[in-house]
Design a protein. Structure first.
Lengths: 120, 137
């Protein structure tokens, strides 16, 4: 799995590629939490290159969501392939994440979304 | 029958996923179903590494796969302390928090999940998935 971080005008984008499992999810977690703690206003996770994500990967996304709530960061996902979307739907998590179709939509809309406030 | 023994290293999980995915498609599951089965085995093996072995990477983990005309049977063996079936109960989905989804996915993707009570040296988790009947949607 590879994780690359790039800074666009409207958001920091984390490009994740490959399989996210127990072995690789700590690397994604490190990048995600680092960007969240870096006082970034908008953080987007590009999952278009992710061919597999397991429960440890999902846990990482939820942890990112929790931290975004504490840091008042807007956090969104985009580019979900069918398998990642199915897993999130199965876990009933599509209702809690801000999910965009692609990068263009994500960059256009992320600034107008409300930081998530649904977790205790 | 296939039997694969690996050390409890997370970086080897993808090998188990590959074997399950390929074998499942070979016996008649669709690509999507095969992905689900490989995820279930991945989650079960991850649970062993994290919880039974406490993230120790030099322990033993074995996967056994048997095929029948109507089903696939999987068994995951470890040499850790006995695990109770109740520990596989998934958490309520209404609780949005990190973790606790692995057993939920296992139960979603498999038709039955049980420990072999007669297995002496550690745990043997048995998982069964039936092939969809032909002509039934």
């Amino acid at each position: 799995m590879r994780v690359l971080v790039r800074n666009e005008v409207d958001a920091t984008i984390i490009d994740c590629t490959g399989e996210v499992d127990l072995y690789s999810s700590p690397k994604l977690r490190e990048a995600l939490l680092h960007e969240m703690r870096g006082a970034k206003a908008n953080v987007l996770l590009n999952l278009s290159g992710v061919s597999y994500i397991d429960s440890s990967g999902i846990a990482t996304l939820v942890e990112g969501l929790q931290l975004s709530q504490r840091t008042q960061t807007r956090f969104g996902l985009y580019g979900l392939r069918n398998n990642a979307r199915s897993v999130l739907e199965l876990a009933r998590l599509t209702r809690v994440f801000t999910i965009f179709e692609d990068e263009r939509e994500a960059l256009t809309k992320i600034a107008s979304t409300q930081p998530f406030s649904g977790l205790v | 029958m296939i039997r694969i023994a690996v050390s409890s290293e997370p970086r080897l999980l993808h090998i188990l996923r590959c074997v399950v995915r390929c074998f499942a498609q070979e016996v008649g599951f669709t690509a999507e179903e095969a992905d689900s089965l490989s995820m279930a085995i991945d989650e079960a093996a991850s649970n062993i590494i994290r919880h039974t072995y406490g993230n120790s990477h030099d322990a033993r983990l074995a996967l056994e796969i048997r095929t029948y005309p109507d089903r696939m049977e999987f068994a995951l063996e470890d040499s850790g302390p006995k695990v109770r079936l109740e520990s596989l109960e998934p958490r309520p989905l209404d609780e949005v928090r990190p973790g606790g989804l692995g057993t939920y996915f296992i139960k979603c993707f498999m038709d039955s999940v049980a420990f072999d009570e007669n297995f002496q040296d550690g745990n043997r988790l048995q998982l069964v998935k039936y092939l969809p009947r032909k002509g039934v949607a």
